[in-house]
Design a protein around this ligand. Structure first.
Ligand SMILES: Cc1cc2nc3c(=O)[nH]c(=O)nc-3n(C[C@H](O)[C@H](O)[C@H](O)COP(=O)(O)OP(=O)(O)OC[C@H]3O[C@@H](n4cnc5c(N)ncnc54)[C@H](O)[C@@H]3O)c2cc1C
Length: 460
């Protein structure tokens, strides 16, 4: 067996949370190893920012360009940034297995910060598996990494990312044919009570209003209060059907970009058997943390969207707070200086959190996306429908690990990352159980596909 590399602090994920944690740690003269499976730092929001062109910067906007301030600070001797490092196993004693270019390696951290961010919530509507149906985030990945965009696309769903992508497409000269918005009048009414607090983060709300104004100026049609969404086509996407304000609509297109917000990526926190709780406003599980990132296991902290969806600026503050916690644990910095920095950062974080309940309530995912009709596929890897999960209930299945054994749902290469929440939601509704009682898939290593030669390379 190859040697295990010892390290003081290891951070998994080089998005805003992981980068801020690494920079904070380095500012105190502490060496840190930063692992990320992407070829360059930035995470989701600042993906490929180090290689972006002037034109792409203009299309993606000023928020994207902010990422460059973070990535430039990674270039310092205290930060050992390792790109293309896919973490596929983490043990509760702090040992991490990761692979770079098919060669597996082990490292162990006295302190570990998990900053693996968010995943887009799956939107299992009829037709979502047809070629041409994608998530809005997937198209943003194409734009950020390769400068590509579809030309005949309809955006459907809810959430700020939908408007951001629409504005980016408009700036790129390929506006969407339409935006189909699923938030209902009742969502606006429920969200209104959080508006006064949300005004405390006026810059964020202002950004949203500017995006809407940009979309309006471009003349992009917006269909509001939409439901009964169906993507049509036999071998690929040919259109989208939906109801809006009581009328049936059909739009011809070759691409539908779906979005219903993002949810924490809990693969590593689940693998570590850390405790999680259902977040009723965000409709997902979040790992239980205290003091801004500390988990049930004193070695591990969680920063950024992986600890609950808060956005990129909040992720940056959380990364900093986790690094300060880690430095405290390692005895690597003066206590008084740490406490002063903690209190300043906490104030900034609290300000970022103010708009969250408003946004979560206004853009709540609709029932048809959370617990779809029985003929809709929910597990893309194994092609299992929502109906196949419902059929397991009379057999006594109350949890996702049982339906997995009976139906293969969640057994494919994504390891249940995409169908997990849908299965929990269906079981909770059908069995009239709380989501916490239903629970989630029991995650086992490897959490990413690993080849036999990668495993064998551990013994070289
Ligand atoms: C597809 C997508 C696009 C988004 N685009 C935007 C946007 O344009 N604007 C915006 O405001 N918000 C956007 N968001 C929301 C945004 O992700 C967050 O608010 C912010 O980036 C969270 O920062 P983070 O550091 O917590 O995580 P992230 O930025 O997601 O960074 C997590 C990092 O962890 C790495 N990682 C994950 N698992 C592993 C593993 N097993 N091994 C190694 N590395 C791993 C990932 O490669 C990634 O670089 C997007 C979200 C998604 C899912």
């Amino acid at each position: 067996m190859s040697k295990v590399e010892p390290a003081e602090l290891v951070i998994i994920g080089a998005g805003p949370a992981g980068m801020a944690a690494a920079i904070t740690s380095a500012n105190y003269g502490n060496r840190v190893v930063l692992l990320d499976e992407q070829p360059s730092p930035g995470g989701q929001i600042y993906r490929n920012v180090t290689h972006s062109t002037h034109l792409r910067d203009k299309i993606l906007g000023t928020d994207f360009q902010h990422g460059r301030a973070l990535t430039s600070k990674l270039k310092q001797p205290q930060i050992d940034y390792r790109p293309n490092a896919k973490v596929w196993r983490v043990d509760d004693d702090g040992q991490i297995c990761y692979s770079i270019e098919d060669k597996a390696t082990r490292i162990t951290g006295k302190q570990i910060i998990i900053a693996t961010g968010a995943l887009e919530r799956p939107v299992p509507v009829p037709g979502w598996t047809l070629p041409g149906a994608m998530t809005a985030g997937a198209v943003q990945i194409l734009l950020k990494s390769s400068g590509l965009l579809p030309t005949q696309a309809v955006l459907a769903g809810a959430g700020p990312l939908l408007y951001l992508l629409a504005a980016q497409m408009i700036r790129a000269g390929v506006p969407p044919l339409a935006i189909v918005e699923t938030q209902q009048r009742r969502d606006y009414i429920s969200a209104a009570r959080y508006l006064p607090v949300a005004m405390g983060n006026w810059p964020l709300l202002g950004k949203g209003l500017r995006l809407l104004a940009e979309i309006r100026r471009a003349g992009t049609p917006r269909y509001t209060t939409a439901n009964n969404i169906k993507i049509t086509g036999s071998s690929d996407v040919q259109g989208i059907q939906f109801s809006s304000s009581g009328k049936h609509h059909e739009i011809e297109c070759n691409c539908v970009l779906l979005h219903q917000g993002v949810v924490p990526n809990t693969q590593i926190s689940r693998l570590l058997r850390l405790t999680h709780s259902w977040h009723p406003q965000q409709h997902c599980f979040v790992p239980n943390t205290v003091a801004h990132g500390k988990t049930d296991n004193p070695i591990f902290q969680i920063a950024g969207d992986g600890a609950g969806i808060s956005g990129a600026l909040a992720a940056e503050h959380q990364g900093k707070l986790c690094a300060l916690n880690a430095l405290q644990q390692l005895g690597a910095a003066d206590q008084t200086i740490i406490e002063t920095e903690q209190s300043v950062t906490l104030k900034q974080l609290n300000r970022e959190h103010r708009a969250r309940p408003f946004l979560d309530t206004l853009y709540a995912p609709p029932t048809e996306a959370l617990a779809p009709a029985s003929d809709t596929i929910i597990c893309r890897c194994e092609e299992v429908t929502a109906g196949a999960i419902r059929q397991q209930i009379p057999k006594g299945c109350t949890g996702p690990n049982q339906t997995k054994a009976f139906s293969r749902c969640g057994m494919g290469p994504c390891q249940g990352r995409y169908c997990g929440l849908t299965v929990t939601e269906i079981l909770a509704r059908e069995n009239a159980l709380a989501h916490d009682e239903v629970g989630a898939y029991r995650i086992r290593a490897p959490i990413k596909p690993v080849t036999v030669s990668e495993l064998a390379s551990l013994h070289e």
